[in-house]
Design a protein around this ligand. Structure first.
Ligand SMILES: [Zn+2]
Length: 278
């Protein structure tokens, strides 16, 4: 069985502030990377214990080079670095049996969650898939559905689990922390968090092997509505293929091809980031 892991950083136990997940911010970031590395390795070890024979990691946070490759467990392959065309979903294809979303976090539009955002918080104030507010997991589920690969494990705070559940009904959830505010949480001890992730990953793979993991269940066509912070950003967003204006600060991406929808969304991300602050 092949497993593909997209990992973010804000949902890792012990991480509660941007300082801890911003490259170049010194000791705090070094600690954040160490906490992340341990949770990623726990997921790899659990996946292998549950029957995985190949593991591919896709670094999905910030500059997307947050691990020390020498310390990666299980001889997993590591997709890292910036400007990947499929961003948080780079490297997934139909040959995989399971997806893990590790270290994920709450959406910009949802309940209080540590470091909540949906891709770029300076650009997006909300995103809806088929009319439902979603976090990054709901947008990323477009690619999972396209390739027919189920989301089998989700780790992060409880808001993350709740927001992902509509697209990952059978997934094993590991709650690493309870958010108190956007910059505070009651965290599991890192050892406990890793133990639960290891066990959760193994359980997830056993469920996948038993054929008990449903796909996200997204219809074709689907819609992705993006609410932008400013009308100016909505102007810029319409420069991306497949994006139409639906309001002063709203754009819509709609297609029968869910992968093309995600491609358009990534394009919106890159061009709005480039145009930021203009
Ligand atoms: Zn992140």
């Amino acid at each position: 069985m092949k497993v593909w892991i997209s990992f973010d950083m804000e949902g890792v136990a012990g991480i509660v502030d941007w300082e801890q997940c911003r490259p170049g911010s010194g000791e705090a970031y070094t600690l954040g990377c160490a906490l992340l590395q341990d949770e990623v390795n726990a997921a790899i070890e659990g996946a292998i214990a549950g029957g995985a024979t190949e593991v591919v990691l896709n670094d999905s946070h910030s500059r997307m080079a947050n691990l020390d490759p020498r310390k990666i467990a299980g001889n997993a392959q590591y997709i890292s670095g910036r400007h990947k065309p499929y961003y948080m979903m780079q490297g997934l294809d139909g040959s995989f049996d399971a997806i893990f979303f590790l270290g994920y976090h709450g959406s910009i539009s949802g309940k209080t969650s540590a470091m909540s955002h949906t891709y770029n918080p300076e650009v997006f104030s909300g995103a809806k898939v088929n009319g439902r507010y979603v976090g990054e997991s709901g947008i990323n589920a477009l690619v999972a559905e396209h390739y027919g690969v189920p989301i089998a494990l989700v780790t992060g705070d409880s808001v993350t689990a709740d927001e992902t559940r509509p697209f990952a009904e059978g997934a094993v959830n590991v709650t690493t922390k309870e958010s108190i505010s956007r910059f505070s949480a009651k965290n599991l001890h890192p050892t406990e968090s890793c133990d639960l992730i290891r066990a959760g990953a193994e359980e997830a793979m056993r469920k996948v092997a038993a054929g008990k993991m449903p796909l996200p269940g997204l219809a074709s066509p689907s819609t992705l509505d993006l609410e932008m912070q400013t009308a100016d950003m909505a102007d810029v967003a319409t420069w991306a293929r497949g994006t139409v204006r639906t309001g002063d600060r709203q754009v819509r991406i709609e297609s029968e091809n869910l992968l093309e929808m995600f491609e358009s969304f990534v394009a919106v991300n890159y061009i709005t980031r480039q145009a930021g602050g203009r």
